[in-house]
Design a protein around this ligand. Structure first.
Ligand code: NAP
Length: 293
């Protein structure tokens, strides 16, 4: 089975449109802020796709653009402004930033209640301690949404993750463990990588190298989730997985494009709605001068 991201995203968004309407009717327009320092084409592409999706759901978008070298103070001023603005319920700051010190300070400053992509240490603690507080990062959660949508069992299964980054691999391991998977994390120093991967029920690649996962990594019946976003030799968008070779063996597989990436922005929108709902539940009411798409 090809695990198409669009079907998952559509299912998530149908529910969100209803919830956005309910919020609006009760006097709150849910609003998501994007904070982008610099002009990374991948960030711009994601921002535009996510803004379009938010617009279709009924989530307002505000964009805060800063120069790549804006410095710590300017970035912090922007984040604090968003924290203190009751008409903004959610905030996504694009990472990584060129300025690591500024990034760390800004991540620490984001109000965890508005931190919809797990930038703040408070949100990360929720994921790593399994306390459920704060929002998980959108991409790892998108992987879990795909498994759930297609009814692929996780509990008791062996999930192998290739990649241990703080934004994808590590939090994904936590989310899968929370769902009672037995998780093996692999990385660039892992020995017998192909053998370990062949033993997985669910194999998730988060490496960032086109064609990395070949037929030798998979066994019949496996579910393969491809998180990678790369370009092939011809400049086309592709994942980590050699789709043609692997799909001939695996039981289920996500395509790239049209897989995890298309679910990620829906998870972001879901978090924005949840943040606005929590804001309303706390008794506040927000006005808005946001962009409408
Ligand atoms: P990253 O920080 O570069 O991490 C890559 C990971 O792959 C590292 O843990 C690295 O191991 C591991 N790795 C590299 N070469 C390896 C090898 N030969 N064997 C085994 N492991 C190896 O990348 P990232 O930020 O996690 O992103 C990974 C991919 O996901 C990228 O293509 C990115 O564009 C994509 N992505 C997609 C989405 C989405 O929505 N679909 C969102 C975010 C990222 P070490 O730790 O040992 O170096």
């Amino acid at each position: 089975m090809i695990l198409k991201g669009k079907d998952v995203a559509d299912a998530i968004c149908e529910d969100l449109s209803r919830r956005a309407k309910e919020l609006f009717e009760s006097g709150t327009e849910p609003v998501l802020a994007f904070v982008r320092a610099g002009e990374d084409p991948a960030d711009i592409a994601y921002e535009n796709a996510a803004a379009k999706r938010c617009g279709r759901i009924g989530i307002g978008v505000r964009r805060f653009y800063l120069p790549k070298d804006c410095g710590k103070e300017k970035l912090l001023e922007t984040i604090r402004g968003i924290n203190g603005d009751p008409s903004i319920h959610a905030c996504l700051m694009f990472r990584p930033l060129a300025d690591k010190e500024a990034e760390a300070c800004a991540c620490g400053a984001i109000d965890p209640a508005k931190d919809v992509d797990c930038a703040s240490p408070v949100s990360a603690a929720g994921v790593y301690l399994g306390s459920g507080g704060g929002f998980a990062p959108c991409t790892p959660e998108a992987c879990v949404e795909i498994l759930d949508h297609y009814g692929i069992p996780v509990s008791g299964k062996h999930a192998v993750i290739i990649g241990r980054s703080a934004v994808v691999g590590k939090p994904l391991a936590m989310l899968l463990q929370k769902r009672d998977a037995t998780v093996t994390m692999c990385h660039s120093r892992t020995e017998r990588l192909e053998e370990i991967c062949r033993g997985a029920d669910i194999l998730i690649s988060c490496v960032g190298r086109a064609g990395f996962v070949t037929a030798g990594f998979v066994s019949p019946g496996q579910t393969v989730i491809d998180v990678g976003i790369n370009t092939d030799a011809d400049g086309n968008l592709c994942g980590d997985v050699d789709f043609e070779a692997v799909s001939a063996i695996a039981g289920n597989i996500t395509p790239v494009p049209g897989g995890v990436g298309s679910v990620t922005s829906s998870v972001l929108a879901k978090h924005a709605i949840q943040a606005a709902e929590a804001f309303c539940a706390a008794g506040a009411r927000a006005g808005s001068d946001c962009e409408r798409i």
